[in-house]
Design a protein. Structure first.
Length: 114
């Protein structure tokens, strides 16, 4: 009886360890990351990729959501080093880094006027 219990316990411990290793190998999403968040990544040629998610303009402020981060004019896009938001308009955002400039435009299907 003791041998059966001891061997069952060993099997249980080994199977738990194997399962724990399999779970840690999975790509698990951070639960605190907003849904639809796309981080800035460099493609194969090393060029930054930017996703303009939304533009919010009111009489008090202008905001652009780029790669999931809310930014104002003059702020730096997180994770890019020193790419700054130069200008925010109703349909586009201009980004600048040294002598390089990017213009991000909203898709016409996303634009909504109030």
């Amino acid at each position: 009886m003791y041998k059966i219990i001891a061997s069952s316990l060993c099997l249980l411990l080994l199977s738990t360890r194997v399962l724990a290793n399999d779970v840690s190998a999975l790509d698990v999403r951070d639960p605190t990351t907003p849904l639809g968040h796309v981080a800035a990544t460099a493609n194969a040629s090393g060029v930054q990729q930017f996703a303009l998610n939304s533009i919010l303009i009111s009489p008090q402020r202008k905001l652009a959501i780029i790669n999931g981060s809310t930014l104002r004019e003059g702020q730096t896009v997180p994770g890019t080093g020193n790419v700054k938001v130069q200008r925010i308009s109703a349909q586009a955002v201009v980004l600048q880094q040294a002598d390089q400039t990017w213009v991000l435009r909203l898709s016409p299907s996303i634009m909504k006027r109030h």
